[in-house]
Design a binder for this molecule. Sequence first.
Ligand code: GRF
Length: 193
Amino acid sequence: MKKNVAVLISGSGSNLQALMDAARTPAYPARIALVISNRPEAYGLTRAKQVGVQSLVINHKDYATREAFDAALHAALLQANIDIVCLAGFMRLLTPGFVEHWEGRMLNIHPSLLPAFKGAHAIRDALKAGTTETGCSVHLVTAELDSGPILLQEKVPVKLGDSEETLAERIHKAEHRIYPKALKMLIEKFFRS
Ligand code: GRF
């Protein structure tokens, strides 16, 4: 039985696209059952609609506290019978209670070779540091930001003259390769049914 996956986004959703593309293969062990965006204008919502995947806006601005916002997220995930949550460019910090509930069943993709360059500016920080190699990581989400167990990483070279945009583009290509693989790995390792 395929696992029901929700993808949480805030923006472009190119990783969402990679996951939806992978999930179209009959042998892939997950179906993307729900997309949730905290931003109504996120392009990822259009991507979901284009392929008939259910999507939902839960706008953080409609909630007075992080707890209330996370409670709304949680309720939507339960209602859709979600087994696994994939964060894909979801730009909200999650509360410890929410993280604890989904621990072991929630993945994130981060544009660096963790533990290097944690936080919201990983690509800029890698350029600033003058490193010749960076990459991307898929990890399980734990209470501490960008610090959970790593499932998969791919190295990406930093080239002479790279800007944030050119480096981001190279990293994104690697992200689109590893995220579907990591989700498959998680399901095969921990969710055998
Ligand atoms: C990716 O670089 C991901 O690593 C980071 O946010 C970006 C999301 O891009 N967490 P997209 O919305 O999937 O195109």
